[in-house]
Design a protein. Structure first.
Length: 74
């Protein structure tokens, strides 16, 4: 986190980041322990398997078949 640990700014940043990544509101993410530590325990409204599903990137069909840079013949 780039936020300073002063006045809870880092904790707010963690909550915002997790909420955005999981597609839920900030109100649904709660720091359960570690508010004054770099190691935090959070509560969210679903189980670990749902977290994994939500954080796994989905393939973009419009990018399939693109093989990167083309070689120049010489």
């Amino acid at each position: 986190m780039a936020e300073a640990p002063a006045d809870g700014a880092a904790n707010d940043g963690v909550v915002t980041l997790l909420a955005k990544a999981l597609g839920i509101s900030r109100a649904e993410v709660r720091i359960v322990s570690g508010a004054a530590s770099r190691h935090k325990r959070v509560a969210i409204p679903f189980d670990l398997s749902e977290v994994r599903v939500r954080l796994t990137p989905t393939p973009n069909p419009s990018l399939e078949g693109r093989g990167g840079a083309k070689r120049r013949g010489g």
